[in-house]
Design a protein around this ligand. Structure first.
Ligand SMILES: [Zn+2]
Length: 472
C-alpha cells in the first residue's frame, strides 16, 4: 500500500510520532513520516501521484526557532529550498491549558488562558503566514511554499499526548479535569495572501487533501489523541483573526460533543435497523434526485449533475461519482451543506485514489457556489463559512463516516445569523431558510453569477427573530 505522502528524501517514512522525535532540524529534510495507507484504516490503498512521480506529494519536516515543527507539502516540482532556518529570536512557549468536563452534559471544555496574548488582526505586511522576505520574517522561513503546516504558537491544546494521565479524575465525578494535551496546527493553504481556498486550482486543492490526510494519519497515531479535527474558518464574520487563507488541525484528547451525539445516534440506528446510519442517509439523499440523474462527470457538467434534472424538493446540491453534497434535512444554518464520500470511510486515510482524484473538483465547486450566493453580479459578497471535517474518533471507526459540514452564518447579503438565546442558551437552532430552498439556490448558482434572491421563508417579521435581533 503506497503512502499518500512521502518525505522529501523520496523515502516513504516509517510510522512515527509527530513532534515526539523533535530531531528534524531546519538544516535537514528528514523527519518522521506517517504513511497514510498504513494506519490500519478501512479502504483501499490511498495513493498519491498515480500520474507519475511529478504529481506525487512530498513533505519536508523542519523546526522553527522555538522548537515547533513546520512541515512543507509540495506537489509536482520537488522541493529544493524548503530547509531554510528560522532566524527569529523566539522564546520557547510553554503553553498550559486544561480540559474540564461539564458534569451536567459530559462536554469537555478547554481552558487556555495564555491564548489571550495571541496575534490579532495584524496588518497584511506583517502577516505571519506569508513566506518570509528580506527584513520581514514570518512563521514560514522559506521564500515561497505550496502548503505549509506548523504547530500553533498559541495552541489551545499542547504537550505530548501520552505523557500525562488519562483524562478524568474518576474519584471526583463533579470535577473531572485533565491537562490540555493534544496538538493544534495551522495549515497554510497557499503562499498567496489574498487568495481564498476557492481560488486554488484542483491540483493545489488535492495537495491540501494530502496534507490533511498526512496530519490525520500522524496525529491520530499519537497516544492520548481521540480525534483529529480539520477545519477552516473563513471571514471576519466568523471571527478569523488572520486574513491569510489557512485552516487548522486539532488533535483532541476527548471526543467532542457533536461527535459524541453522532456516535450515539449511529448506535441507536444500528440497533433499530441493523444498518449504518450514514450509509442510509447518503443513499436516501442520492435517491431523491432519481435514478439516471446522478450521472458521471462531464466537461459540461463538472460535478456530474445537471441541477435542472433534480426534483425541486431534492436537497442534493452536487452528486459526483464518488462524492455527494446535500443540504441536510434538519439544517441548522441558513446555508449548510454536508459532503460525504459515497463509500463510507472513517477518515481521510481511508479514501482511495478515485475518491481523492474527484474531491478537488467537487469541493472547489461547492466553495465557489457559496461565494455566489449573496452577490448580485456587480458586487461580490463572499460568504463567511466554517468547513468542519468530521472524522471517526479512535475506537469508532466502524460506524462514524468521514464527512464535511460546510456552513455560512450569512442569511442574506447584509444579514448574519447570530447564535443567540435559543442556540447558545439551549442548543436549539432556529433556521430561517428552508433546507430545500437552500439546496435549490445552491444548485442555481452552480454556473452563472447569481441574481439577487430572497429566501422564501423570510424571517424578518417573525416576533421571535425581531425580538432577538433587537437585543443584539
Ligand atoms: Zn499572508
Amino acid at each position: 500500500m503506497a503512502p499518500t505522502v512521502t518525505d522529501a528524501t523520496g523515502q516513504p517514512g516509517a510510522n512515527g510520532s509527530a513532534g515526539a522525535s523533535g530531531t528534524a532540524a531546519a538544516s535537514g529534510t528528514t523527519g518522521t513520516a506517517a504513511s497514510a495507507g498504513s494506519s490500519a484504516q478501512a479502504g483501499a490503498g490511498a495513493q498519491a501521484g498515480t500520474s507519475g512521480q511529478a504529481g506525487a506529494t512530498t513533505r519536508t519536516v523542519t523546526e522553527l526557532a522555538d522548537g515547533r515543527e513546520l512541515i512543507y507539502y509540495d506537489r509536482g516540482t520537488p522541493p529544493t529550498a524548503r530547509a531554510v532556518a528560522d532566524l527569529r529570536p523566539l522564546d520557547a512557549v510553554a503553553p498550559s491549558s486544561e480540559v474540564r468536563q461539564d458534569p451536567m452534559t459530559g462536554a469537555w471544555v478547554t481552558v487556555a488562558a495564555h491564548r489571550q496574548a495571541r496575534t490579532y488582526h495584524p496588518p497584511a505586511d506583517e502577516c505571519p503566514l506569508c513566506p518570509s522576505r528580506e527584513g520581514r520574517l514570518s512563521e514560514i522561513p522559506a521564500g515561497d511554499y505550496q502548503v505549509a503546516v506548523f504547530e500553533n504558537r498559541f495552541p489551545s491544546l499542547a504537550g505530548e499526548p501520552g505523557t500525562h494521565p488519562v483524562l478524568a479524575a474518576l474519584d471526583d465525578p463533579l470535577h473531572s479535569r485533565g491537562p490540555g494535551i493534544g496538538r493544534c496546527e495551522v495549515v497554510c493553504f497557499t503562499a498567496d495572501h489574498d487568495a481564498s481556498f476557492a481560488d486554488l486550482d484542483e491540483d493545489h486543492a488535492r495537495l491540501v487533501l494530502d496534507a490533511w490526510t498526512d496530519r490525520t494519519a500522524e496525529l491520530s497515531a499519537l497516544p492520548g489523541v481521540r480525534q483529529v479535527y480539520c477545519f477552516e474558518n473563513r471571514g471576519t464574520e466568523i471571527g478569523v483573526t488572520l486574513a491569510h487563507p489557512h485552516g487548522q488541525v486539532y488533535a483532541l484528547p476527548f471526543v467532542p460533543p457533536r461527535t459524541a451525539k453522532m456516535i450515539d445516534r449511529a448506535a441507536r440506528y444500528r440497533a433499530a435497523t441493523g444498518r449504518n446510519l450514514f450509509d442510509d442517509l447518503v443513499a436516501a439523499e442520492r435517491a431523491s434526485v432519481g435514478s439516471g440523474s446522478v450521472a458521471s462527470a462531464s466537461a459540461d457538467s463538472p460535478a456530474g449533475n445537471s441541477p435542472s434534472d433534480y426534483p425541486e424538493d431534492s436537497r442534493v446540491v452536487l452528486a459526483g461519482e464518488h462524492w455527494t453534497a446535500f443540504v441536510p434535512f434538519a439544517a441548522r444554518w441558513p446555508y449548510e451543506v454536508h459532503l460525504f464520500p459515497n463509500r463510507r470511510v472513517p477518515d481521510f486515510t481511508g479514501l482511495n485514489e478515485d475518491e481523492r482524484a474527484e474531491f478537488p473538483r467537487i469541493y472547489l465547486d461547492l466553495l465557489r457556489r457559496f461565494d455566489r450566493l449573496f452577490g448580485d453580479g456587480e458586487r461580490q459578497v463572499r460568504a463567511p463559512y466554517i468547513a468542519a471535517w468530521h472524522q471517526a474518533p479512535a475506537g469508532h471507526e466502524d460506524e462514524l463516516a468521514l464527512h464535511l459540514e460546510l456552513f455560512t452564518v450569512r442569511r442574506t447579503a447584509d444579514k448574519l445569523k447570530y447564535l443567540a438565546g435559543t442556540e447558545s442558551g439551549v442548543e436549539a437552532f432556529m433556521n430561517d431558510v428552508a433546507p430545500e430552498f437552500a439546496a435549490r439556490r445552491l444548485r442555481e448558482v452552480g454556473k452563472a453569477p447569481a441574481a439577487a434572491s430572497t429566501p422564501e421563508t423570510t424571517d424578518d417579521t417573525t416576533p421571535e427573530t425581531t425580538a432577538e435581533e433587537a437585543q443584539r
